[in-house]
Design a binder for this molecule. Structure first.
Ligand code: TRP
Length: 372
């Protein structure tokens, strides 16, 4: 479809894991390969990562290449998608500054991500309680605004993200509406593109905890070796009441089945477990009793390996020429900068701060000062 512009990004604070994969990366590759869009951008949100890692730039710096390798290895193709680094596009910062006028402090305080962080940072360095939210750096407080700049700079229409990012897209839509109302139709309203499968919206950690997180050690990384993954799958959280194989088992909250919901397709049964036709049959047997966890885990491991093997292989190839990966990001950043500049020009014109291009203004002022 002409006019469709896809954009999304990730913070470089660690390697990407299979939660990112089912929540967004897999979707992006499908969109990329289906075609039918005008442009597609995927970027590394390092400036945003610095809003809560400003004291650890080395972490962000190290993880840029990790995320870039993850992107390329899942199959994002630099010939089809512009891959770039956020901090290299100064126009994004400039847009953020103008958008700051369109958002109230109260509105930012209601953003769920900001709200959580305010609660955590309500204390100063001495441990004394601060006035509501005052311990939060302004940079972090404003990052929903900077995210609106990321999206609107490229006139993005479709933003494939995980569910947690929905409030950020809503905030962007509000900024777009306010801008267009005040300064005239200039910016494009985006929409979030979420995975349709519930298990993919938020894949739990291998320990059954709500979220995969590096600090909990419950992630399966895209770059994980088959050996490491084997250990993680075999120790996955299942149903604590399913003690003997003959016991009836529970599916709800059972991580192995949540992962199967996210990864398993009917053809996997033909390939690896022909006793069942589909996941519903397998679940029914588990619930009846008589089916052990280890068998289910082995099946899941086969499916995960099938999906991750080509990703691991592609990563190995790209790892052989790291300077070439930086070069991809550099070229992409040049393309992205030109696109963002075009939007910034539109924005400055709409706000009437494009003084040197504004012939009417210059002539009007000239008349004013000479006609008396
Ligand atoms: N906030 C996103 C995350 O934490 C990353 C991000 C920054 C992003 N800017 C964006 C995502 C613009 C989509 C569009 O994953």
């Amino acid at each position: 479809m002409p006019g469709k512009i896809i954009l999304t990004g990730d913070r470089p604070t660690g390697r990407l894991h299979i939660g990112h994969y089912v929540g967004s990366l897999r979707n992006r590759v499908a969109i990329q390969n289906a075609g039918g869009y005008e442009k597609m951008f995927v970027f590394i949100a390092d400036a945003q990562a610095l809003t809560d890692n400003f004291d650890n730039p080395e972490k962000v710096r190290q993880n840029i290449i990790e995320v870039a390798l993850d992107y390329l290895s899942v199959g994002l193709d630099p010939d089809k998608v512009t891959l770039f680094i956020q901090s290299q596009i100064p126009q994004l910062t400039e847009l953020t500054f103008y958008y700051m006028n369109l958002v109230t402090v109260a509105r930012l305080q209601r953003n769920p991500t900001v709200k959580t962080e305010i609660a955590l940072r309500g204390f100063n360095a001495e441990g004394e309680e601060q006035a509501f939210g005052s311990g939060l750096p302004v940079g972090f407080f404003c990052y929903p605004i900077s995210q609106a700049a990321d999206i609107t700079a490229f006139k993005a229409t479709d933003v494939p993200v995980g569910e947690d990012q929905k409030p950020m897209i809503e905030q962007t839509v509000e900024i777009v509406r306010a801008f267009n109302r005040i300064y005239g139709e200039t910016l494009v309203e985006p929409k979030a593109v979420l995975p349709s499968n519930a298990a993919c919206l938020r894949l739990p950690g291998t320990d059954g905890k709500a979220k995969m997180s590096k600090s909990l050690g419950n992630c399966i990384y895209l770059a994980e070796s088959a050996d490491e993954m084997h250990k993680k799958v075999m120790s996955m959280y299942t149903d604590p009441q399913h003690i003997n194989v003959s016991d009836p088992g529970h599916i709800e909250g059972n991580t192995v089945f949540t992962y199967l919901d996210a990864f398993c397709r009917d053809e996997h049964f033909g390939l690896y477990w022909p006793e069942y036709a589909n996941l519903d049959e397998l679940k029914a047997h588990y619930q009846r009793g008589g089916l052990g966890d280890v068998k289910c885990k082995k099946f899941l491991e086969k499916i995960l390996n099938e999906e991750l093997e080509p990703i691991r292989a592609r990563r190995k190839e790209y790892e052989k020429d790291i300077p070439a990966v930086y070069d991809i990001l550099k070229k992409g950043s040049e393309v992205a900068e030109a696109a963002a500049q075009a939007t910034l020009d539109d924005v400055k014109k709409a706000m009437q701060i494009d003084y040197f291009n504004d012939r009417a203004l210059i002539e009007e002022q000239a008349r004013r000062f000479t006609s008396i």
